[in-house]
Design a protein around this ligand. Structure first.
Ligand code: HEC
Ligand code: HEC
Length: 228
């Protein structure tokens, strides 16, 4: 038992430190406009490879791939750490995350968190969207925010491709090992397959106005800096 506890500590302590250092570095960069712009440029350069899948401005090129634009930087850091530690797994991302330095994680997160999400294309069934909205408003806003814009460490969901939302929720529902240990497993266990369809229809079509998009980008700057 004691050996196990020590082994667990050995796994978690460096991760927590890495996470604190990365947030500290991020706050330092965000607090100054010039540092922010330099980091964003460096992030954009490093993200050229990412853009094949996530798009040049973090607006995904494929329906099963998430947007990174307008995403909460703390959530991005968590995702990198989970992919790197093996807690979350994906064929491509698990390898990529292990190869990103702290500086690169910060620069990439600065760049993507400051990009606008493109308005969604196409339209989904209105009745399905309404059902999704009802479920979202009663069950999900406490963590993901009233407009699914995300919170402190919670991801933004507004405007994510429907296929990605469906895939993520289905994995949580089925307790798939690729996203083990997530708080979402308990939440999604309460959802039916029809609920998942309705939520994917609603969230993928949920758009913020250009002014709200700008406000969100500014919020991400300030929330993270204030939370130090
Ligand atoms: C070959 C395609 C591909 C490339 C290249 C790629 N990604 Fe991904 N990325 C994915 C897929 C697919 C997922 C969704 C994995 C899942 O379902 O859990 C993902 C997920 C992510 C997530 C989690 C987002 C969320 O909403 O949970 C982050 C963060 C991320 N990628 C960052 C990056 C960065 C940074 C790069 C470049 C260094 C990159 N990706 C390159 C395909 C790719
Ligand atoms: C107790 C807080 C909490 C509640 C309530 C909650 N979520 Fe989440 N959700 C999270 C957290 C934390 C994550 C990130 C999990 C991770 O990285 O494994 C997340 C992740 C997600 C993701 C994956 C995002 C991505 O980019 O990969 C989806 C989709 C999602 N939630 C949908 C929902 C829906 C729909 C509801 C309501 C039915 C809901 N959540 C309720 C905390 C919550």
């Amino acid at each position: 038992m004691r050996t196990l506890a020590l082994a667990l500590l050995a796994c978690f302590v460096p991760l927590t430190h890495a996470s604190e250092a990365v947030v500290e570095r991020f706050n330092y960069v965000m607090a100054d406009e010039q540092r922010r712009e330099q980091a964003s440029l460096a992030g954009q350069e490093r993200a050229v490879f990412c853009s094949y899948c996530h798009g040049e401005t973090g607006n995904s090129k494929r329906k099963h791939i998430p947007n990174l634009a307008g995403q909460n930087p703390r959530y991005l850091f968590h995702a990198f750490e989970k992919f790197a530690s093996g807690e979350r797994t994906d064929f491509v991302m698990s390898k990529l995350a292990q190869n990103l330095s702290m500086e690169e994680r910060v620069n990439i997160a600065v760049f993507f968190s400051q990009q606008k999400v493109n308005p969604p294309e196409g339209a989904t069934d209105a009745a399905l969207r309404n059902t999704g909205e009802k479920i979202f408003q009663t069950t999900c806003t406490g963590c993901h925010g009233a407009h699914a814009e995300g919170m402190e460490t919670m991801p933004r969901l507004a405007g994510q491709p429907d296929e990605y939302i469906r895939k993520a929720l289905t994995r949580f529902r089925e307790n798939d090992p690729s996203r083990a240990g997530s708080v979402m497993i308990g939440v999604a266990a309460q959802l039916s397959a029809t609920d998942v369809e309705a939520l994917a229809a609603y969230l993928s079509q949920l758009k913020l106005t250009p002014a709200e998009e700008m406000a969100n980008i500014n919020r991400l700057r300030n929330v993270t800096a204030a939370a130090q």
